[in-house]
Ligand binder design. Structure first.
Ligand code: F1P
Length: 352
């Protein structure tokens, strides 16, 4: 029973290509829900908000929305938006808020939406994992991603599906210029799992590894944060996440031969990648690079080639399973159950 229970999270990770196929199939119906909120040009701001994994996926999605719509789109943690909205929004702002919550019950998300609506006359769209949720109830409309329902407390396949769903919403609003690329996401994930699962399991189970450090800038920062959050939640292992080049300015000092560094490079920083790598290698830390470059010189580093078929801003949905698998296998190798980590409850509520 215990054994079967601990497989639940792994099965949900493996199920993401199938769930994501359904996300693709639901795109047109969901597009109509967004369209009912009127043209996006009428909003002075578009803000994506959530907590934990939902905030991490908001960060990834904000880069894709910005690239697809050709205007700045921001991710703001719900706790920030509910506490200090004036720091993020001018007095005349009239925002569209995309409120993301897998459970649909997270208190900060509801409070952020309520404050946005009462003080900024915002309109809000709930992005949830189940219909008729509490977050949905405070929004103008709700899109429920029922295809990625999870038994696990920790979000895995729902991250990939809701992120893909958000890509599709922006793309539909802009005239479907990325639809063929987006349709590749499920098969790219399947192919990656088939090709790289063994390598990832070996890295996750390495007894010499003391800590996992994830590095990603720009669109990869939300992904890097998410991989690190998975490692904390599922495996209770020491882990940090940094912007790749920011990592050079202090945090790298703590690296040693017990560090496993996973890097999600972005094109804008490729000219500096070799410098970063040589500094990391000098500490004897292990490196794993997730790259689209077939001829990338990975001397001294492990590398996985993935995502070249997609624009950079769409790759986090294809990369998320890497952090999920590393965390899940780390957890199992420590004799933990990734589905019931300590101190976590299914829905995290505040007393209000
Ligand atoms: C938010 C969340 C999860 C996280 C953790 C606590 O949930 O922060 O992302 O993994 O279990 O709750 P939700 O609002 O997306 O349901």
């Amino acid at each position: 029973m215990e054994n079967r229970d601990s497989q639940v999270t792994l099965n949900e990770i493996y199920n993401q290509p199938q769930a994501c196929e359904q996300t693709l199939a639901s795109a047109d119906a969901r597009q109509r829900i967004l369209a009912a909120l009127g043209p996006l040009q009428q909003y002075t701001e578009i803000v994506l908000t959530g907590c934990g994994s939902s905030y991490n996926l908001a960060k990834c999605a904000s880069f894709a929305w910005s690239a697809i719509l050709g205007r700045p789109v921001r991710a703001i943690a719900s706790s920030e938006l509910m506490g200090f909205p004036e720091v993020y929004l001018g007095a005349g702002a009239r925002p569209l808020v995309l409120a993301i919550s897998r459970t649909g019950g997270t208190t900060e998300v509801q409070l952020a939406v309520e404050r946005m609506r009462s003080e900024y006359k915002a309109r809000a769209l709930a992005i949830t994992g189940q219909p008729d949720s509490a977050v949905g109830a405070v929004c103008d409309a709700e899109i429920a991603f029922t295809e990625c329902h999870e038994e696990s407390i920790v979000m895995t396949q729902a991250f990939t599906c809701m992120l893909t769903g958000l890509y599709l919403l922006a793309d539909g609003a802009a005239g479907w210029r990325n639809r063929s690329g987006l349709s590749l996401i499920p098969c790219l994930i399947s192919a990656s799992v088939e090709r790289y699962a063994e390598t990832l399991q070996r890295i996750a189970e390495d007894g010499h590894t003391r800590e996992f450090v994830y590095l990603g800038s720009g669109v990869m920062k939300g992904l890097s944060d998410e991989c690190s959050l998975k490692m904390t939640e599922m495996a209770l292992s020491p882990t940090t996440s940094h912007r790749s080049l920011e990592f050079r300015h202090g945090p790298k000092a703590a690296l040693d031969e017990g560090s496993q560094v996973v890097i999600f490079p972005v094109a804008a920083e490729l000219p500096h990648l070799e410098t970063l790598l040589s500094e990391i290698r000098a500490t004897e830390a292990q490196t794993l690079i997730i790259t689209t470059e077939g001829n990338f010189d990975s001397s001294g580093s492990g590398s996985l080639r993935l995502g070249a078929e997609l624009s950079e801003f769409l790759r986090p949905a294809v990369y998320a399973h890497i952090g999920q698998l590393l965390a899940c296998w780390r957890s199992l190798s420590k004799g933990l159950n990734p589905n019931s980590p300590r101190h976590l409850a299914r829905t995290v509520l505040l007393d209000v």
